[in-house]
Design a protein around this ligand. Structure first.
Ligand code: HEC
Ligand code: HEC
Ligand code: HEC
Ligand code: HEC
Length: 126
């Protein structure tokens, strides 16, 4: 019994070490939608970011459109950006996924004069 507990403790210790070192501690956006991404996924700590940037309206990022018209007071946080923004321009989507992200994220940082605007500040090396 005692051996078993010590063994389990050891496994737990190993697990913690592996998790601690396999992860830089930064939360990143999932970039798997992009085939062969050129850059490491952008750093984005969702809740902390929005709190720090004082964004309380989810629709600032998770918007809803009807055709080409923005629908006010509705949000789409249950959808991924890629569900509407395909990689390439199509008749339904004139804003490809990378442009959608850069336009949303970087433009606000430019305008607010706060937050990262350089490539390597968002696509931080793994
Ligand atoms: C404000 C943050 C931010 C900045 C600054 C930024 N990006 Fe991005 N970029 C993103 C996000 C978010 C995505 C979409 C998901 C992902 O890749 O993490 C993305 C996606 C991309 C993609 C498509 C995915 C891939 O890896 O192939 C490329 C290429 C890219 N960015 C290049 C750049 C370059 C070059 C610059 C500088 C001129 C830059 N980005 C600056 C946030 C940023
Ligand atoms: C600054 C932009 C921004 C704001 C503001 C924001 N989000 Fe998000 N959120 C994102 C991005 C980017 C993702 C990742 C989307 C993707 O991978 O396609 C995401 C993902 C999510 C997801 C997971 C979606 C999924 O299907 O996996 C949920 C849930 C979510 N957000 C809820 C919220 C809620 C609730 C609010 C408001 C309180 C909010 N978000 C505000 C940018 C934002
Ligand atoms: C329910 C579908 C849908 C979802 C989900 C969605 N979008 Fe959009 N988005 C659209 C449509 C439609 C347009 C208008 C396209 C046009 O004008 O051709 C648009 C336009 C945009 C624009 C340009 C207009 C503007 O507001 O600046 C940006 C940037 C953008 N989306 C970013 C995002 C990001 C980032 C996400 C994920 C957090 C996202 N979108 C999720 C449908 C969606
Ligand atoms: C409506 C404005 C706005 C939008 C949209 C926005 N940001 Fe920001 N972001 C800010 C502000 C403001 C700060 C600086 C907060 C501070 O330092 O007080 C910031 C800071 C950051 C930082 C540095 C601090 C941290 O959380 O690590 C990163 C990284 C970042 N943003 C990534 C993103 C990405 C990726 C997106 C798009 C998915 C995004 N931001 C969309 C306003 C915005």
């Amino acid at each position: 019994m005692k051996h078993k507990i010590v063994f389990m403790g050891f496994i737990l210790f190993l697990f913690t070490v592996v998790v601690a070192f396999s992860n830089t501690g930064l939360e990143r956006l999932d970039n798997s939608e992009f085939q062969n991404p050129h850059r490491p996924g952008a750093v984005f700590e969702h809740d902390d970011h929005n709190e720090m940037a004082e964004i309380d309206d989810c629709a600032v990022c998770h918007h809803v459109y009807e055709g080409k018209k923005l629908v006010e007071d509705e949000s789409s946080e249950d959808s991924l950006c890629s569900e509407c923004h395909s990689l390439k321009v199509t008749p339904e989507n004139s804003i490809p996924l990378d442009v959608a992200y850069h336009k949303r994220c970087r433009s606000c940082h430019f305008e607010a004069n706060k937050g990262p605007v350089l490539c390597g500040e968002c696509h931080i090396k793994l």
